[in-house]
Write a protein that binds this ligand. Structure first.
Ligand SMILES: Cc1cc2nc3c(=O)[nH]c(=O)nc-3n(C[C@H](O)[C@H](O)[C@H](O)COP(=O)(O)OP(=O)(O)OC[C@H]3O[C@@H](n4cnc5c(N)ncnc54)[C@H](O)[C@@H]3O)c2cc1C
Length: 382
């Protein structure tokens, strides 16, 4: 049998690519390899699960067996690839060599961890996949107080969701506002006020330095000297694209695995997409870019070389207490911000000197204006 197209990873990138590829080619052998259990799920739902009262099984959309049948593919679960040998077009799973026709890296990003002193590091839960989510839900069952580390998009979404799930939330982050890299301060203030109106307590500035058991509970010591009592900790301090195996194989890496507009790495027959990929200089950790990449790469793998393009890609943040849509200005574009509105309804627009819209942040009722504004936004990868 001829060597298969091998996709490493069964997240949204891996499974969507496989689906798109099968629309074009139903014959070429397809092998998906994943370190996790291979269940198909929508990762954005991880930060709405408590509000919707869905556990990990409730969020799972299909078992790997059903996916294998649907995709006419072999799926190897709980299997971690340990190396790539581009010269011989094979990869390694421990001692086992697997040949490929084309190899696609869709192995995502891993959660950033920072060292914390104390005797309770196992009470800190990153949540970046279904299995993490299941572990956290089990740990949080019957508990009341959650300490959230990180005030980025995911930290804020978890704060809103955990409160909807009945938890008290303290949020600690070493920044002056929520979502500092994404949001205009006026929009950030609206989101923070919305979360505070639900009862979230923000501790912006310090970091967690020590986590200590104290009877049934935990004592969190912050770098500003404060101490908070909590029962369990969620870490949402960031994601780092997985690049180590690619770098070890001699592929070009930067923030992510470097690929061109055809999603091709620096080595022939090896491609990347999703959270691990840096596409023409952009490493966007969102669903919309990976869907565009999946469609383009499927064409390329089916023999019709196709470059990916990104239009404007506004991000809808799942903080229902204060709806938020944001489209940061594209890289290298400096503009001037204007802010209209007040309270929870903020319209912050960024325009260049000729008045062209570069980006926006809309909260509350201003979110209604997104469709009209989207038409004016520049594409991210034309
Ligand atoms: C809580 C949360 C909420 C989010 N909400 C939104 C949202 O509302 N909108 C939005 O656009 N984006 C959102 N995102 C981001 C979006 O979900 C991700 O960009 C997307 O799911 C990434 O998919 P992926 O397939 O690239 O990576 P992943 O889903 O991380 O998949 C990586 C796969 O690679 C496998 N793998 C890793 N290493 C190996 C190895 N060595 N060998 C074999 N397999 C390996 C893993 O097991 C996994 O199957 C959210 C993210 C999170 C965490």
């Amino acid at each position: 049998m001829s060597a298969p197209v091998v996709i490493v990873g069964t997240g949204l990138a891996g499974y969507n690519l496989a689906r798109e590829f099968r629309k074009l080619d139903s014959e070429t052998p397809l092998l998906l390899i994943t370190a996790d259990d291979g269940r198909s799920y929508s990762k954005p739902m991880l930060s709405t699960g408590f509000g919707k009262n869905k556990d990990a099984d409730g969020l799972s959309m299909a078992e790997p067996g059903a996916m294998a049948e649907q995709l006419k593919a072999e799926i190897r679960t709980h299997t971690r690839i340990s190396g790539i040998d581009p010269g011989h077009k094979r990869l390694w799973i421990g001692e086992e060599a697997v040949n490929y026709r084309d190899l696609v890296l869709a192995w995502g990003a891993e959660t950033v961890r920072v060292p914390v002193e104390g005797d309770a590091p196992e009470a800190i839960f990153p949540i970046n996949d279904l299995e993490d989510y299941a572990r956290f839900r089990a740990a949080a069952a019957g508990k009341q107080r959650v300490l959230l580390l990180g005030a980025g998009l995911i930290g804020c979404e978890f704060a809103n969701d955990l409160i909807l799930g009945g938890y008290q939330v303290d949020l600690v982050a070493p920044c002056e506002q929520v979502m500092p890299t994404l949001l205009h301060p006026a929009a950030a203030a609206a989101v923070q006020a919305g979360l505070e109106s639900l009862g979230a307590r923000f501790h912006l500035g310090p970091v967690l330095t020590r986590l200590q058991r104290s009877g049934e509970h935990l004592e969190a010591h912050l770098s500003d000297g404060a101490t908070l009592a909590c029962d369990v900790v969620v870490s949402a301090i960031g994601l780092r694209p997985r690049i180590d195996l690619a770098a070890a194989a001699g592929l070009q890496v930067n923030r992510g695995v470097v690929v061109d507009r055809h999603l091709k790495t620096s080595h022939a027959n090896i491609y990347a997409l999703g959270d691990c990929a840096e596409v023409d200089g952009l490493n966007l950790l969102y669903v919309m870019p990976l869907m565009n990449c999946a469609r383009a790469l499927a064409q390329t793998l089916a023999g019709n070389a196709t470059a990916v393009s990104y239009g404007a890609m506004p991000i809808t943040v799942k903080t229902p207490v204060c709806p938020l849509v944001v489209s940061p200005p594209p890289r290298g574009h400096e503009g001037v911000w204007t802010v209209e509105g007040q309270g929870s309804d903020i319209k912050a627009l960024c325009r260049d000197t000729s008045g062209r819209l570069l980006g926006y942040a809309l909260t509350g009722a201003a979110v209604m204006e997104k469709l009209a504004l989207n038409k004016e936004l520049p594409p991210l990868l034309a």
